[in-house]
Design a protein around this ligand. Sequence first.
Ligand code: SF4
Ligand code: F3S
Length: 353
Amino acid sequence: MLTSFRSINRRDFLKFCAGTATLLGLSEAAVPRVAKALEEAAKKPPVIWLEGQDCAGCSISFTNTSNPGTAEIILDTISLRYHEALMAASGHQAEKALQDSIKEGGYVLVVEGSIPEADDRYCKIADVPFVQTVKEAAANAAAVIAIGACATYGGIPRGTPSKGMGISAAMDKGLVPKKPLINVPTCPVHPEHFVGTVVYYLLYKKPPPMDAHLRPLLFYDKLIHDNCERRGHFENGEFLADWNDFKQRNFCLYLKGCKGPFTHSDCPKRRWNDGLNWCIGCGAGCQGCSEPAFYTGMSPLYQKTKDIAGYRIETVGAVMAGAVAVGLAGHFIGQAMTGRLGKGGPTEKGGES
Ligand code: SF4
Ligand code: F3S
């Protein structure tokens, strides 16, 4: 049985295992393996969760799941040793728990939030520069999982005076020891992307297959645009141009800055808040939060993007405007934009991936 400080009955636990198997694209036959991996995990793969320059949105996203939620089960399952927002301990007691876990080694290090590149003083915890804490914690970690836009590629803090950088950049610069790294972006992290990644790691004892930006292909292999519910309007050249025109409310949002044609994630299918809705379903364009270029490389968010380096956006934009004007179907434009246009999404430096 799953040993847990909160009691979760066997039925709920197996239900969770079945859901997780589906999440990972495994058949029902794999449920016992998932259960076994999680039960073994309950005997302790410790997790240290550090927060740097962030808004704590990923922690909130992770805990905002339904009951019995992934958070509840995984928090029990993974033996969370240190989490500034969730742990009961505080002060010296909390820091001791961190140091003891680091000494023990072999844990999974989860990092939420970016590291300031400009000056260590921008982010200190217990008076220790965040980069120093990540460096020490990464040294004895079995693997590192960076979650959310900030920890993966710098996110919003990258465009601030602190010059926030992601864990992969910090590893490349030699500031943090290189370890197996998995990037699980979006702003905030999708709880199922995170939980699925953790369970995959527990099951197979290695990171899942990943793309060039170290994102699990399980969740980030398709463009938003490929499965978008507004794609039909895109193909028909029906673009929302006036937010106040009720007739246009379901039209394609490309002219209003949607970054779906350049953004990789399964949001259209998985959606958010237990499948309730998602960005484009709510009438806002995709802001490209799963891409290394987010945020500065994706802004202005509500204008057609002509200036993302590495894409022939201006050409496409001009052709698109022409397509709207003459009412031509956008099919061929769509092919050019997504296939398709370049070799992938924009990179942290603003180049092509
Ligand atoms: Fe959907 Fe955006 Fe593509 Fe339009 S541009 S079809 S809104 S992903
Ligand atoms: Fe997904 Fe794009 Fe929204 S990546 S979370 S649809 S900003």
